[in-house]
Design a protein around this ligand. Structure first.
Ligand SMILES: *[C@@H]1O[C@H](CO)[C@@H](O)[C@H](O)[C@H]1NC(C)=O
Length: 212
């Protein structure tokens, strides 16, 4: 586990470099909650998981409104997608926090797979698609294709991956009964059939990508 001395040494090492951070906190324009490198306390881990959960539910609500027809096109979807983009762009900030837990007990293949999968797919299949919607809010075909691709990659990759990270990080910090350990799915996941990109810690793939 972390000790106060360890945190102090890490803080001093960071101060001695030219990185634009103060101590373990990395400030980026796109973060709602700043990344904490090597989070030392369970409070920091909990804050990161709770923020990521909140980001996920904001994106889910948008995708559900598009699927149900409640979300129109034009200025309405442009503004909504811009605001959803802010939440989505925060998710990599929390990924960076959770993936930097250096003393994660028995880091698993599932954890490593989930981090690397998110780094591969998130920008291309979530952020870039949201940007396409913002740039082409009047185009039914652009919006439909973008939302379909977001749904495919959130249901099969992003949300199962996030669930692995939340559970492992929460377990390691002894807070798995205090924070969400499964990322809620948007409605569209119930009609998407796929094998999640990363196997769970027990070596098997989750039987369902459609719900927690
Ligand atoms: C979308 O359509 C509206 C009204 O027809 C128009 O004012 C607006 O400029 C269009 N937006 C884009 C990005 O093409």
């Amino acid at each position: 586990m972390h000790s106060f001395t360890q945190a102090l040494v890490l803080g001093m090492a960071a101060a001695a470099t030219a990185y634009p951070r103060s101590g373990r906190i990395m400030k980026r324009d796109t973060c709602i909650l700043d990344t904490v490198i090597d989070p030392a306390t369970s409070t920091e881990v909990a804050a990161s998981i709770n923020q990521w959960f909140s980001d996920v539910t904001t994106v889910n609500s948008f995708l559900n409104d598009v699927a149900s027809g409640a979300q129109g096109l034009g200025t309405s979807i442009q503004q909504r997608a811009s605001s959803v983009f802010v939440s989505a762009a925060d998710e990599p900030c929390q990924l960076k926090t959770l993936s930097s837990i250096s003393d994660l007990q028995g880091v698993t293949d599932a954890f490593t797979c989930a981090v690397s999968d998110l780094e591969d797919v998130f920008e291309l299949h979530v952020l870039d698609n949201l940007q396409n919607i913002i740039n082409n809010p009047n185009s039914t075909s652009v919006v439909t294709a973008a939302v379909q691709d977001i749904n495919n990659f959130r249901c099969c990759n992003v949300l199962p991956d996030a669930s692995i990270l939340w559970l492992d990080a929460a377990d390691d910090s002894g807070i798995s009964n205090q924070v969400p350990t499964c990322a809620p799915r948007e409605d569209a996941c119930s009609s998407i059939t796929c094998q999640p990109s990363c196997a769970l810690d027990n070596g098997v793939f989750g039987s369902s990508v459609s719900s927690c």
